[in-house]
Write a protein that binds this ligand. Sequence first.
Ligand SMILES: *Cc1c(COP(=O)(O)O)cnc(C)c1O
Length: 418
Amino acid sequence: MPTNLELLEQNDPAVFAALRGEEARQRVGIELIPSENYTFPEVLAALGSVFTNKYSEGYPGRRYYGGQEFTDEIENLARDRAKAVFGCEHANVQPLSGSAMNQAVYLGLLEPGDTILAMDLSHGGHLTHGAPVSHMGKMFNFVRYVTDPSDGSIDYDQVRKDALEHKPKLVLCGYTSYPRDIDYEKFKGIADEVGAVSMTDASHFGGLVAGGSMKNPFDFGFDVVTTTTHKSLRGPRGGMVLCRKPFASKIDKSVFPGLQGGPHMNAIAAIAITLQKAQSEEFKQYARQVLINSRTLADALMEKQATLVTGGTDNHMMVVDTVASFGLDGRVAEEALDKVQITTNKQIIPDDPNPPLRPSGIRIGTPAATTRGMVEEDMRQLADWIIKCLQNPEDEASLSQIRDDVEAFCGRFPVPGI
Ligand SMILES: *Cc1c(COP(=O)(O)O)cnc(C)c1O
C-alpha cells in the first residue's frame, strides 16, 4: 500500500513538487515574520487526518449530524484544555481563523453601528480592528486610538479621553505590530468607567500567555480574549474565543450558527494537541526563550545603529525603522533580506509618511526561529547578517556570501515535522 504522500507524488506531481519546494524553503531560510511559526509534527498528523471528512455543525452533545462520538471527544478535550491553559470560564474553539473569531465577538455582543474603541491599523492594530477597508470597519463605528509620537507607546490618557468622549460598547486592546506589553489594568479600568465590554485580541502573543511568560488578561478581569492558534501558540491555523461565563452563550451562538457552518474538526483535533503541549515545561521554556531571543536580537540590532520603533521590545517582535537606520524603505529592505533567505515583512510605522506597499520599516519576530532551537548567540549572528545585508543591499557578492552562510547555519537547526 503506498502512503498518502506517495499517492500524491504519483497522482499530482505539480502539487507534490510545490510541497517539497516549500519544505526546502522553510528549511534553508530563517523565518522572522512574527506571526509565523513551525507547528508540531503531531499537529501536521491531525490536520491530514480523517477528521477532515466529518461534518459536526453544532456543539458537543448538540449536533445536527450523526456519528459524533469522536468529534465530541475531540472538541471537549480542546475546550477543556483551552480553559485550563488560559484560566478562563468558557472556550469556543470553532472559529475558522483569527479574523472570523473577532467577527464572531463583535457580531455576537454588539449591534451594527455600535461603537468599538480599538488600535489604529497604522499604529499596530489589526485589519479586523476596524480598518476602513474591512467589512467590520463599515458595519461598526470604530474609534481608533494611536500611539504617543514621543515614544511610540500606547497613550493611555488619550485612550481614556477617547472612551469618555465616544462611549464605546467594547474596548479592544491587542495588536499585530506593537513591540510593547499592554497595561491591562488601565484598559480594564477605562472599559469599566464607560460600561464597555473589555476584550484583548491576543492573536500574536497567545502562546506567550499560555507559556506563562506574558501577562494574562483574565488575571485583570477581562471579559473576552481571542487568540489565533497558529502564531506563538504553534498550533494549526485557527482561532479561539475565550470568555467569562456571562458571555458564553452569546459567543457560541455567534460562531455557530451566526457566522459559520461546519467547524474544521481536523483543526480542532490539532488545537487539542497544541493545548496539551502548551501545558508542558518544555513549552514554558520555549515561551521564555522567545522573549530572551527577541530582546537579544533587538539589543544587537540597536548596538549596530538600527533604530527600533519605541526603542526596543517587551515581547516577541520589533519594528525596525529602515528609512532612519539604512535609508531604505521597508519593501527594499524586505527584498534584500529575502535574497539572503532571511524572511521578514515590510511594515508601516506610526505616522508613516510612506504608503503601505512602500512603508518605512520591517517587522521582525522570534517565535519561529526559537522553535528551531536558536538561542542568544544565534540572535547576535542574525543581527550581524541583517545589518550587513541592509547596509549594502546592492552588493551581490556580499549578499551571496551571506546567503551561503545562512544556509549552512540553518543546517544546524532542524524544522519540526520536516
Ligand atoms: C493574525 C491576527 C488576526 C487574524 O488572524 P487570521 O488567522 O489571519 O485571520 C487577528 N488579530 C490579530 C491581532 C492578529 O495579529
